[in-house]
Design a protein around this ligand. Structure first.
Ligand code: FE2
Length: 375
């Protein structure tokens, strides 16, 4: 009798399985002060450190954590080197979007095989807490995806870092995990970047917005959302589109001096509480949309659990899709250059990204751009 062999996994296998975001590393001009800002204003706490005191001569890095979100803030200790050069060119910004994997060597091999450009060959770091394996590839601009495998590690962050306990802890603001990270790419570069994520990383384009949907009287952009197979990692990609005046993406590209991470969206289970707390701690958010936005809100999005008054008071936006609704708000840029900013998001079923708010959001952004003289 003939045995029919059915392959267990008939679907195309995910060649790059991701468990989520491992950490984001920012290169900043003064990591000590940035750490204070993210602790005081955003509610992070320092969990690990590496620097001259731990034997590193060229840099200092602070590892901050809140919920599952890990930020690494790195600053150079002298006037030369790649970190210094990165900051000179881009200002403070995200260098590394690190992805948590089960096999860093294989992730590197599979993506390099598909055309990725190497940033760092696979290496194994060890200390008394075990081992961490990492490897890195370049994505848009000078931004890097670092694959981090930590299944055999029990330390605070990675070999080379020492755990930090105690110290200044102003308390959480309720931020839980990274929902998505958005990249800005240059003119007509979006589809190239999308194809790169499809070919090299095995991602899928799950949503697209064109300049007909995302425009104001003055400016426009186009955006495509890329997601990995299990949906744990989402990278929307924006490119500028022609408008009467300069779009926010063009302003970003000019001030970042190239392509890079535009915003980091972090999730909360209580956006009203989180935003109220962050405002009290000095985080600046984009101005609220006009009163009319809230007057017509329920007609637009249907019934919601929240009262309108606190949403309006704080300037929180609401959008919906077939699966539910979401609440979101955007900070002003977190450095003097009008580049990186944060989004606070609370999902109540909706899996989309707030396209219905883009217009209100852009008008608010344009008011800021005009104040900076960049519209
Ligand atoms: Fe977003």
């Amino acid at each position: 009798m003939q045995t029919l062999v059915v392959e267990k996994d008939t679907e195309v296998r995910d060649f790059l399985p991701l468990n989520g975001t491992d950490h984001l590393e920012l290169y900043v001009g003064n990591a000590k002060q940035s750490a204070h800002f993210y602790k005081t204003a955003f509610g992070f706490e320092t969990v690990a450190y590496a620097g001259p005191e731990t034997g590193l001569r060229d840099r200092a890095s602070y590892v901050l954590q809140q919920g599952k979100i890990r930020l690494v803030l790195t600053t150079p200790m002298n006037s030369e080197g790649v970190i210094t050069e990165h900051i000179r060119k881009h200002g403070d910004g995200v260098k590394i979007l690190a992805l948590w994997v089960d096999d860093a060597y294989k992730s590197y091999e599979e993506t390099i095989k598909r055309g990725a450009i190497s940033y760092q060959e696979p290496k194994t770091l060890t200390d008394e807490f075990g081992e961490v394996r990492t490897a890195g590839i370049y994505t848009y601009g000078e931004t890097v995806h670092l694959f981090v495998e930590r299944k055999n590690y029990k330390g605070a962050f990675m070999p080379g870092y020492v755990a930090v306990e105690g110290g200044y802890k102003p308390g959480s603001t309720g931020l839980l995990y990274i929902d998505h990270c958005v990249g800005n790419v240059g003119w007509n570069r979006m589809n190239e970047a999308v194809k790169w994520y499809e070919d090299v990383m095995g991602f899928k384009n799950i949503l697209s917005f064109d300049d007909k949907q995302i425009n104001t009287e003055y400016s426009a952009l186009m955006s495509k959302v890329m997601s990995n197979k299990n949906g744990y990692v989402k990278f929307p990609i924006n490119e500028p589109a022609e408008g009467k005046k300069k779009s926010q993406i063009e302003e970003y590209l000019e001030f970042y001096d190239g392509e890079g991470v535009q915003h980091i969206a972090v999730a909360t289970h209580d956006i009203i509480k989180t935003v109220r707390e962050m405002k009290a701690r000095g985080v600046e958010f984009l101005s609220a949309p006009p009163k009319a936005y809230y007057e017509t809100l329920l007609e637009r999005v249907g019934k919601i659990d929240e009262d309108i008054a606190p949403l309006q008071e704080l300037g929180i936006l609401v959008d919906y899709d077939e699966e539910g609704y979401l609440l979101q708000i955007f900070t002003k840029p977190v450095q003097d250059r009008p580049t990186l900013f944060f989004e606070i998001i609370q999902r109540k079923g909706a899996q989309s990204f707030g396209a219905g708010n883009f217009k209100a959001l852009f008008e608010s952004l344009e008011r800021e751009q005009e104040l900076r003289g960049n519209l």
